[in-house]
Design a protein around this ligand. Structure first.
Ligand SMILES: *Cc1c(COP(=O)(O)O)cnc(C)c1O
Length: 407
């Protein structure tokens, strides 16, 4: 008899986006005449930068010629891309990261999920609340939690992100071995200062813990004082792994390219206290279970850094950040306090009421879809997430209708 992994049965069905979709569909059916727009989209809407398209075309032509054709590439990624990333994203920002510490992959979602198989099953895991659900669910699947009760999994340490702490969690009072941090944050749009990141790195070093730092939104940081990488913090090479992605930075959500940075100085420990380099373990995992990102995609990713690439990427993220600015100003002028939108494409709005109630109100009175904060965790209750990923016309239209509905 083929038996199921019982841990999968603990998973709470992801009600959030299906609930949103169902409520929107019901409303559309009742009111076919009403136009509905969305500030709830977590996906980019603008086309790939021209530099990427050109690199793609060139690489495809190479694949069509015996002399330049490429089969399996290195599982870790082509040196041309790993070296370019190390130089531009890290060394140029005084972060000491080398090409052999960068592992190219097909997504930060997969990487954040896959990395946890390197760790023991009885470690203590800390996750933010509200949270990107992947961090939690992958650990549930692996059997590192108890069952789901009162909106939380037993056995996890929840790091509460509230208005009081500026949505940057305090250090845990109990020991945590593995700590998930995401800045700029999805869903709150909050960022962490150098000082705040430093205190996390110091904590992790003291406890011999590991920080999993998700920097998928680093390209949206506009304030030069905010670190873009955890490796801009002294000592982070001993205490952190970083996840990056071209998804939001360069519109690669459908193209798929990301990378994970595993410094050679990051250690994990055996029961007997023996030390093992995470870089080697991840390399082993990656080369065994992954066969590399396609060559044209890696060329398209490389193009982001060269020639007109940086300018075109900046134009792309500026477009969304201009939307974020419109949303932020509109919500503040309507009397709502909100976080994010300054160095992140997300805004976290305090609705002063139940988040699903506010969702229904916006849908029924403004024809605008948002994401109820409660779907991201207990601390998300009383908030909604608005995203800047949309065309400007849709954002303006949505905001005008929100203003009318809330007036
Ligand atoms: C979008 C997003 C990612 C990127 O995922 P990909 O798999 O690279 O598309 C990673 N982390 C967070 C928090 C995200 O919102």
């Amino acid at each position: 008899m083929i038996r199921v992994n019982e841990h999968y049965l603990k998973l709470k069905a992801s009600y959030l986006f299906s609930d949103v979709a169902r409520r929107v569909a019901d409303y559309a059916k009742e009111h076919p005449e009403k136009e509905i727009t969305s500030l709830g989209i977590g996906d980019v809407t603008r086309a790939l930068p021209q530099v990427c398209i050109r690199a793609f075309h060139t690489a495809i032509d190479e694949m069509g010629n015996d002399a330049t054709f490429r089969g399996y590439g290195p599982e870790q990624g082509y040196p041309f891309l790993r070296e370019t990333i190390a130089r531009h994203d890290f060394q140029a920002r005084n972060a000491d990261i080398s090409a052999d510490e960068i592992f190219i992959s097909d997504g930060a979602k997969c990487d954040t999920g896959n990395i946890q198989e390197l760790f023991a099953n009885d470690i203590v895991i800390a996750v933010p609340d509200p949270v990107y659900p992947v961090y939690v669910d992958t650990n549930v699947m692996a059997g590192r939690t108890g069952s789901f009760a009162n909106g939380r999994y037993q056995g996890l340490v929840y790091l509460e992100c509230t208005e009081k702490n500026g949505f940057v969690p305090a250090l845990p009072s109990a020991r945590a071995d593995l700590i998930y941090l995401c800045f700029p944050n999805n869903p709150t749009g909050a960022t962490a200062t150098r000082q705040q990141l430093t205190s996390w790195v110091e904590y992790a070093r003291k406890e011999k813990s590991l920080i999993l730092f998700d920097a998928a939104y680093a390209a949206f940081i506009r304030d030069p004082a905010i670190p873009q990488s955890i490796f801009e913090i002294d000592g982070a090479r001993e205490a952190a792994i970083e996840f990056r992605s071209f998804s939001k930075t360069a519109g690669f959500t459908g193209t798929r390219c990301a990378f994970t940075v595993v410094p050679k100085t990051c250690m994990v420990y055996g029961r007997d206290g023996s030390k093992h380099a995470l870089n080697g373990l991840w390399n082993r995992r990656h080369t065994t279970k992954f066969n590399g990102v396609s060559y044209p995609v890696q060329r398209a990713a490389e193009a982001c850094y060269n020639g007109d690439g940086p300018r075109q990427l900046r134009e792309l993220t500026n477009y969304y950040m201009a939307n974020a600015d419109l949303i932020r100003k509109a919500m503040i002028s309507l009397g709502y306090s909100c976080t994010g939108g300054l160095n992140a494409p997300y805004l976290w709005v305090n609705t002063r009421t139940d988040s699903w109630e506010f969702f229904d109100f916006l849908l029924r009175n403004a024809g605008v879809v948002c994401t109820p904060g409660a779907g991201f965790g207990r601390c998300g209750e009383g908030y909604i997430r608005l995203t800047a990923f949309n065309m400007k016309e849709n954002v303006e239209k949505s905001l005008a209708r929100i203003a009318k509905a809330l007036a």
